[in-house]
Design a protein around this ligand. Structure first.
Ligand code: MCA
Ligand code: AMP
Length: 508
């Protein structure tokens, strides 16, 4: 029987000459394809030696490094389920993920071992390893004793490969379950659609705990046997320095905004480049146009979700239209529906629904939530609102879900509002997304105090900082006397967005 393990497909795409360079880091380290093969085998053998039950989750909250990427590959290879966690998450957030996903293994950085292991041990997890971004930690110490030969675990296409937590409109995060088949189908479609070529070199500058960096960028390079220039963190100057050696770059819009702020960005620095891809948040037309003028390259914008990986893309050949996310990818069926579920005409705005081999297996241990998000005829409701023009180009014009996308990270107002509402003296609050020149959009909190309470905006922010990942912290907080409500009593966030829309104009 065919092995549908995603790692088997990625491994099969390694070049014949395993001594070629697969990854180069900013610190001048070079990893050959043989290194990737051997190290992922050793790590997979370590996981295997733990005799974990089938389907075990491996939760990982570590700084970006090649070894962290190898741990992902090893988890696939050993047939377990990878659960990446944003390094910005604080203890309350990690406690929730660990409690919800019940991983069998937790890997964290050494500096966090004290509090992470406490949470893990309390949850009954016996295997807690450390991994730092300087190639040290107990995970590598243990893997060093394992064999560098490992037979890839056999998996079916719908077996789980990863769980990505994505927040919900009602607060707590849901684990989107992605299978080996979901991810392989997407990787193969993108390889073709973006015309990956022999000799391509990817600058990998995104975090590897979300779809963009972990799947779109990494799978893209690996399934094409392409070299990666691996940057531990996005640094515009370093990217500029590496552009002449690269052909492909992927980023959230903030990365393009920051690169445009660099005087060194020019046609010349980009002359070796073949493709710039943007996604995870709307790319402003002004950024799209400024990039074209400065570099001569037209950014290719695409659209996806944690639940689905990539759904649409502007074409590689043919016109890439700014302000649109292009066409549904091959194999993806996309429709725009009216409120009553009726199909809409060209140009009419409605909810985006999708179907395809890339669409996830459901939310982890939330069957009811899963079925709510699918239509009777099997389409997944994205929560994005869009339209399709006469030439078939899809545009995202808004979201029916209350979501703020800040620098490519998702911030769910309900989660932040719940934290604020729990604070002493707070009657209620609202978090709204306000345009921001760097992050695209940022959260601003409006807080109403209980009668007689004296609230300090700074104090509210300070408390939030102790509870939540830094990117979720409102960039501004205002104590107000009331929130505008409609006749149904619902807070009119559109009025608040309008009132504060100029707050960050001109901010750099
Ligand atoms: C950092 N800060 C932020 C953000 N990032 N504030 C709001 N939004 C953010 N995204 C704040 C920190 O809280 C901190 O504030 C200060 O900026 C400096 O933090 P630092 O970590 O040094 O920031 P940075 O290195 O400049 O990071 C900015 C960044 C990063 C490079 C744009 O946010 C990033 O890598 N974003 C990419 C996210 C991504 O990969 N998204 C893909 C999701 P203070 O000093 O006050 O504490 S996958 C997805 O959406 C799908 C499905 C798709 O379609 O791709
Ligand atoms: P997440 O599932 O957390 O990764 O976030 C997915 C959401 O990001 C989508 O539902 C969209 O709202 C948004 N998104 C991703 N790519 C784009 C894009 N190119 N333009 C607009 N929104 C996007």
């Amino acid at each position: 029987m065919k092995n549908h393990n995603l790692f088997a497909a990625l491994r099969a795409a390694f070049p014949d000459n395993l001594d070629e360079i697969a990854v180069e880091t900013e610190n001048g380290l070079f990893y050959s394809w043989r290194d990737l093969e051997r190290a992922s085998a050793m790590l997979a053998n370590l996981l295997k030696s733990l005799q974990l039950p089938e389907g075990s989750r491996i939760a990982v909250q570590v700084d970006k490094s090649v070894e962290a990427m190898l741990l992902y590959l090893a988890t696939l290879r050993a047939g377990y389920v990878f659960l990446p966690l944003n390094t910005a998450y604080q203890s309350g957030e990690i406690e929730y993920f660990i409690g919800n996903a019940e991983p069998a293994v937790v890997v964290c950085s050494r500096k966090n071992f004290g509090w992470v292991s406490k949470i893990a041990f309390k949850a009954g997890i016996l295997n807690v390893f450390t991994l730092d971004d300087n190639r040290t930690g107990s995970l590598l110490d243990r893997a060093a004793q394992c064999s560098d030969r490992h037979e890839v675990a056999s998996r079916k296409a719908d077996d789980l490969a990863a769980i990505l937590y994505t927040s919900g409109t009602t607060g707590r995060s849901k684990g989107a379950m992605l299978s080996h088949g979901n991810m392989l189908s997407n990787a193969l479609v993108l390889k073709d659609y973006w015309a990956w070529q022999p000799g391509d070199v990817l600058i990998h500058a995104l975090p590897i705990f979300h779809v963009h960096g972990l799947f779109v960028a990494l799978h893209g390079a690996l399934i094409n046997g392409s070299k990666m220039i691996w940057l531990s963190k996005f640094d515009p100057r370093l990217v500029l320095e590496k552009l002449p050696e690269a052909t492909v770059f992927m980023g959230v819009p903030t990365l393009y905004v920051r690169l445009l702020a660099e005087p060194g960005l020019s046609r010349e620095t980009c002359s070796n480049m073949r493709l710039f891809v943007a996604g995870s948040a709307p790319l402003l037309l002004e950024t799209f146009q400024a990039w074209q003028e400065r570099t001569g390259h037209t950014i290719l914008e695409r659209y996806g979700m944690s639940e689905t990986a990539m759904l649409t893309s502007n074409p590689y050949e043919g016109e890439r239209r700014g302000g649109t996310v292009g066409f549904a990818l091959p194999g993806v069926t996309l429709r725009v529906q009216g409120d009553a579920g009726q199909p809409l005409l060209v140009g009419e705005i409605g909810g985006i629904e999708v179907k395809g081999p890339n669409v996830f297996q459901g939310y982890w241990r939330m069957p009811e939530k899963t079925s709510e998000e699918f239509t009777a005829d099997g389409f997944f409701k994205t929560g994005d609102v869009g339209k399709i023009d006469e030439r078939g180009y899809i545009s995202i014009v808004g979201r029916s879900k209350d979501l703020i996308i800040s620098g490519g990270y998702n911030v769910y107002p309900a989660e932040i509002e719940a934290c604020i509402n729990d604070m002493q003296g707070v009657a209620e609050s609202a978090l709204v997304g306000i345009p921001h020149p760097d992050f695209g959009e940022v959260g601003v909190a409006l807080v109403v105090g209980k009668p007689g309470a004296t609230l300090q905006a700074d104090q509210i922010i300070a408390v939030l900082k102790s509870m939540l990942a830094n990117f979720k912290i409102p960039k501004k907080c205002f104590v107000v006397s009331e929130l505008p409500r409609n006749t149904m009593g619902k807070v009119q966030k559109n009025l608040l967005r309008d009132q504060y829309k100029a707050l960050f104009v001109g901010v750099t």
